[in-house]
Design a protein around this ligand. Structure first.
Ligand SMILES: Cc1cc2nc3c(=O)[nH]c(=O)nc-3n(C[C@H](O)[C@H](O)[C@H](O)COP(=O)(O)OP(=O)(O)OC[C@H]3O[C@@H](n4cnc5c(N)ncnc54)[C@H](O)[C@@H]3O)c2cc1C
Length: 381
């Protein structure tokens, strides 16, 4: 059994770490305070090849796997989580085109996506289809060789800066079992934004609600099998992105805490905060969470790269790593004392950003159901 990254993987991680430290981290505070989109950072990430990280080299991508995605995502998220989120969602759209699309669609869309000239976003959730996507109400009806879409999508992350939205719409009867739903690539400017929420965290990349009214798309924008969109989506390799973002935040808040508790001295007693055993044990536990979360994410990623079933592994990585991010950010804030509660330090931003991760990508309760089912299925009764 190998626990080491390959030389190539270490180089990918080093590159992402340098990019995150030099290009992302110095801007994170200001962008978050202003709620400003990290447009130039994402463009620079595209120039660095991250927008085509997992896209096949034949279409202009880097041809990397899930392990590399996990490594890059951790680094970016440690600096500014929504940057990692926007990129990962874009890569998820590219993944759907590459795995489920036709050769003509791959040739048409992937080179632009790999270069980040074409930015992808995901239009899956709706007002009444969040954790349970079988409730999707947006419809697509066939007219000649076109499809006509009507309805809405909620939480389309990065919509205003996107070009193509992978949009899930009902093309068959409502069955409640996920059948009858089909994926389409809809130009982002066909969406009309009606609500942009103020959010606790992830403030730099907005996730608005938007409507589709009689939007016509040609047949060649329908992706995958008609009526099997949700089932096919379940087979895409998108699961690593949210937990890897959790590892990034868990690590960043651990690092900040080690620094703060080592530097902060109580003048009266001459003791550093890091001299208290209770603090040291808490920091040790934070480090343990980072390692366990990262190992779970990399195990799931490596298993996905081998083409093995990852149902159990991704569910475990998602629940553990996202909760590790919340717990570490919360502990970090406590151990920073009053200054941690201010915007003078990054830990309050990390806590706000971390809070999204147990909800986005499907709430952890659903992933626990999946995990529990896998555990019971694996044990003969
Ligand atoms: C900032 C942000 C960005 C997002 N980006 C995107 C995006 O780009 N594209 C996209 O399509 N979607 C996106 N989402 C949507 C996200 O995936 C959904 O919010 C999530 O799946 C939960 O759906 P819901 O909000 O409707 O919660 P609900 O379905 O109303 O669930 C509410 C709560 O009920 C509990 N619950 C739900 N199901 C179960 C269960 N089976 N067992 C026990 N408890 C349960 C959980 O605590 C859950 O949080 C985003 C959401 C946010 C907030």
């Amino acid at each position: 059994m190998e626990f080491e990254l390959t030389e190539h993987q270490r180089a990918v991680r080093a590159d992402a770490r340098e990019f995150a430290r030099e290009r992302v981290a110095p801007r994170a505070h200001e962008l978050d305070r202003a709620g400003e989109h990290p447009t130039d950072i994402l463009a620079a990430a595209g120039d660095r090849g991250y927008a085509g990280l997992m896209v096949d080299e034949a279409y202009g991508g880097q041809g990397e796997g899930l392990v590399e995605l996990a490594l890059v995502t951790e680094e970016l998220s440690a600096a500014l989580m929504p940057v990692a989120g926007a990129l990962a969602l874009h890569l998820g759209v590219a993944e759907a085109v590459e795995r489920l699309g036709t050769e003509a669609q791959r040739e048409r869309f992937l080179p632009g996506m790999a270069a980040f000239d074409t930015v992808g976003a995901l239009g899956l959730s709706e007002d009444h289809a969040g954790s349970d996507k079988t409730g999707i109400e947006t419809t697509a009806r066939r007219e000649g060789d076109e499809w006509v879409l009507d309805g809405h999508k909620r939480w389309v992350t990065n919509l205003r800066h996107a070009d193509e939205v992978l949009t899930y719409a009902r093309t068959g009867d409502a069955k409640g079992d996920g059948a009858g739903i089909t994926a389409f690539l809809v130009p982002a400017d066909e969406y009309e934004v009606d609500t942009v929420w103020e959010t606790l965290g992830a403030r730099t990349v907005k996730s608005p609600r938007a409507t589709l009214s009689g939007v016509r798309v040609a047949d060649d924008r329908q992706v995958g099998t008609v009526g099997a969109g949700l089932a096919e989506r379940g087979r895409l390799r998108t699961g690593v992105n949210v937990p890897a973002r959790g590892v990034g935040i868990a690590r960043a808040t651990l690092d900040a805490t080690v620094r703060q508790t080592s530097d902060r001295e109580q003048r009266g007693s001459g003791r550093r905060i890091a001299d208290y055993q209770g603090v040291r044990w808490q920091v040790a536990e934070m480090a343990e969470r980072v390692d366990v979360a990262r190992l779970l994410v990399l195990r799931a990623a490596a298993q996905g790269d081998r083409g093995a079933d990852t149902t159990r592994e991704f569910a475990m990585a998602k629940t553990y790593a996202t909760e590790a991010a919340v717990e570490n950010a919360n502990d970090a804030l406590q151990l920073h004392g009053g200054i941690g509660y201010t915007t003078a330090r990054d830990v309050e931003r990390h806590l706000r950003d971390a809070r999204l991760l147990t909800i986005a990508g499907g709430p952890n309760e659903g992933h626990r159901d999946t995990l529990a089912d896998a555990v019971y299925d694996a044990h003969p009764r």
